[in-house]
Design a protein around this ligand. Structure first.
Ligand SMILES: [Zn+2]
Length: 323
């Protein structure tokens, strides 16, 4: 565990996780004796113990926390929901709800959605276990409920200087907090300096909706971020970093390059998401198959948006080719 003071009123608590992503951060903001916590760690006993130690060093206890804001619903950001007192006001985007409440209807849709995706993407059956399951959310234990949902432009009582920005892509529930007075930006997993943030595929939030185009949303969120005057990013993983403009521009530029590569690939012959992924990301493909497939799917949605791809369907599997 590491406890670092980041700004006069902001502390970062870094906690170990069992996930490949490494440690995760929680932020504590203290203003006029009110305490706001941003994100809720991972639900392991060592992380919970370390969190309490950090609070103790700040002369706080869990009872001192007035409100908790979730940047998004992933299990490494919502883990302590099972341990924290219910007196804490819980804020988050409404799209957190089915995940943190273990909505059974949504869980079923999740299951069917990824089974269908596997067929569409041409994933051989022996790799089906590499696709996402709901288990991370279930292992969070108890279910939680948002006290109030927040979205773009809303405010947290007592912390009105923080603007809520809706920054979907990595997760469709993702919000960021921005303080224009000193350019501090709490980015959750939307901006991470040393790990590439992936736009994860998610099932639709209701039966009538189509699957969200998460990669395109992520790209839009990045472009939108360039209009803000950000001085310091406080990310969900890793140390704070300064002036993210060139970093964001570089990300966008790399996406442009991948977009062109993909365009070249599909000119050769019709290919499935699985085939493209294996070729495009050959060094990490089997290690991170789900992330690679989601990424390729995202680029194909981008091509489709620009009318630069057509789809041939064979027995439920999609083959992508140049128009
Ligand atoms: Zn995440």
């Amino acid at each position: 565990m590491q406890l670092n003071q980041i700004e006069q009123d902001i502390w970062q608590i870094e906690l170990e996780t069992p996930y490949a992503v490494g440690p995760v951060n929680i932020y504590i903001i203290i203003k006029n004796n009110r305490v706001m916590m941003v994100d809720a760690g991972v639900s392991t006993y060592p992380a919970w113990r370390d969190f309490q130690t950090a609070l103790h060093q700040l002369n706080l206890t869990t009872a001192s926390i007035d409100c908790l804001v979730l940047t998004h619903h992933h299990p490494d950001h919502t883990g302590f929901l099972r341990y924290l007192p219910t007196s804490i006001d819980l804020y988050g985007h409404w799209r957190n709800t089915p995940w943190i409440s273990h909505d059974t209807h949504f869980m079923r849709r999740f299951q069917t959605f990824f089974q269908e995706q596997a067929v569409k993407m041409g994933v051989p059956e022996r790799y089906y276990d590499k696709l996402p399951t709901f288990k991370g959310y279930l292992s969070m234990g108890g279910t939680s409920e948002l006290k109030r949902t927040i979205n773009e432009g809303d405010e947290i009582p007592g912390f009105e200087e923080w603007q809520i920005l809706y920054t979907p892509g990595h997760a469709q529930s993702h919000i960021s907090l921005y303080r224009a007075t000193d350019g501090v930006f709490m980015s959750g997993d939307f901006l991470l300096e040393h790990i590439s943030t992936n736009a994860l595929l998610e099932p639709p939030y209701n039966d009538k909706e189509e699957a969200p185009k998460t990669f395109l949303r992520y790209r839009e969120s990045l472009i939108r971020c360039l209009t803000l005057d950000i001085r310091k990013v406080l990310p969900g993983h890793g140390k704070p970093f300064l002036y993210p403009r060139s970093f964001i521009e570089e990300r966008l530029h790399n996406q442009d390059k991948r977009f062109d590569t993909l365009k070249r690939y599909i000119k050769e012959k019709p290919q499935t998401v699985f085939e493209i992924g294996k070729r495009m990301f050959r060094f990490v493909f089997f290690k991170q198959m789900d992330l690679v497939l989601f990424e390729v799917q995202g680029y194909l949605e981008w091509l489709a948006k620009n009318n630069e791809v057509t789809i041939e369907m064979k027995e439920g599997t999609y083959y992508y080719k140049s128009p």
